[in-house]
Design a protein around this ligand. Structure first.
Ligand SMILES: [Zn+2]
Length: 345
């Protein structure tokens, strides 16, 4: 089986899926439509979608062309072939996929290393229309490579929020002109600079509020090929997780503050170094904050504007306050290494 699935573009939490992301595939283009088999239903019967003649081939070619640009971007910020800028991963346009995703792992002994690009069923538009979504998916591959797959892509793990935020951050550096994801498909899927407008938390206080029981923020995790089974813990109760894309709102907002103050190229350098040196599984949002502070200090110095901006960004979203109970926040002003030793990186 495929051991890791990083479904990326779409908000998978029924509790917070924006209305414009719900509903079936629309009527779509009216000219020269022909049924194309895009999958199988639970009974194994073919599911078809009416698509224009040659559409799938054209979108496949577009996906490949965008991936070339995306790979050039990652090379440009210093990502090596071994770190995921190589062309080994396959990109496949799958019209039946109501999402875009990166898959890694093995399936029946075959190594899986694929980016899949689908169609947004609400708008009927290809995710190729939002190039930053492709950059986000490829970003998952880079993150997976650099972290030696230690950062979990298991949907039960909070590591996924870090994975998502890093992928969004690199995708925003690729995009360059806004902090939204998927806006070219219609309404954006995420807004890094203003996550609150999509109902996502923008501060640790808002996140902690949402994580309280009864808010509807957590939802049962789906498993299985048709994603129609609910994962259950040892006690038989459904496993509930928040939407990690939404949790990523907090670190995303910090990244947007860093990018606005220092430029997105510098932001990308800080996050790439953080990922290489100090992002570790299980370290949560505070750990990502510390990793970027260490990276800023190591790249630019303890007295640098870059370190100050990085610290101020995390402070603005309440992360430094959040870990104040464990450390003296003044240590952050002295250097991030001490913090790292306290929270275990
Ligand atoms: Zn993602």
């Amino acid at each position: 089986m495929i051991t890791k699935v990083m479904s990326a573009a779409r908000n998978t939490n029924p509790g917070v899926v924006p209305p414009w992301l719900q509903g079936g595939y629309p009527a779509g283009p009216t000219a020269a439509l022909a049924p194309v088999v895009v999958g199988r239903d639970a009974q194994g019967r073919p599911v078809t979608m009416n698509l224009p003649d040659g559409y799938v081939d054209r979108e496949q070619a577009r996906s490949e062309a965008i991936v070339e640009k995306v790979r050039d971007f990652y090379k440009g910020i210093g990502v090596t072939d071994a770190e995921g800028a190589d062309p080994a991963a396959a990109v496949e346009f799958l019209p039946g996929l109501n999402n875009a995703e990166y898959l890694s792992g093995s399936s029946d002994g075959t190594e899986v290393d694929h980016v899949h690009i689908g169609i947004d069923r609400t708008t009927g538009r290809s995710f190729n229309d939002a190039e930053e979504v492709v950059a986000h998916e490829w970003g998952h591959r880079v993150i997976n490579r650099i972290s030696n797959a230690s950062l979990s892509m298991d949907p039960r793990s909070e590591d996924v929020a870090i994975h998502e935020s890093l992928a969004d951050t690199f995708a925003a550096a690729y995009d360059g002109d806004d902090w939204t994801m998927g806006e070219d498909l219609g309404e954006p899927i995420r807004d890094m600079a203003n996550p609150e407008r999509l109902g996502h938390p923008g501060t640790m206080a808002e996140l902690n509020d949402l994580m309280r029981p009864g808010t509807g923020f957590t939802h049962p995790i789906q498993i299985g090929p048709g994603r129609d089974d609910v994962a259950r813990g040892v006690d038989g109760a459904p496993i509930l997780v928040p939407d990690w894309h939404a949790v990523a709102g907090v670190p995303n907002k910090a990244a947007s503050l860093i990018g606005d103050a220092l430029g997105r190229d510098t932001m990308a350098q800080i996050y790439l170094k953080a990922l290489r040196d100090n992002v570790r599984p299980g370290q949560e949002i505070a750990g990502l904050a510390v990793a970027t502070m260490i990276a800023s200090r190591d790249l630019f110095g303890a007295d640098s504007k870059e370190l100050r901006v990085t610290m101020e960004a995390w402070n603005a979203v309440g992360v430094l306050d959040d870990i104040k109970g464990r450390i003296d926040a003044r240590q952050a002003a002295v250097g991030a290494r001490q913090i790292a030793s306290v929270i275990g990186r």
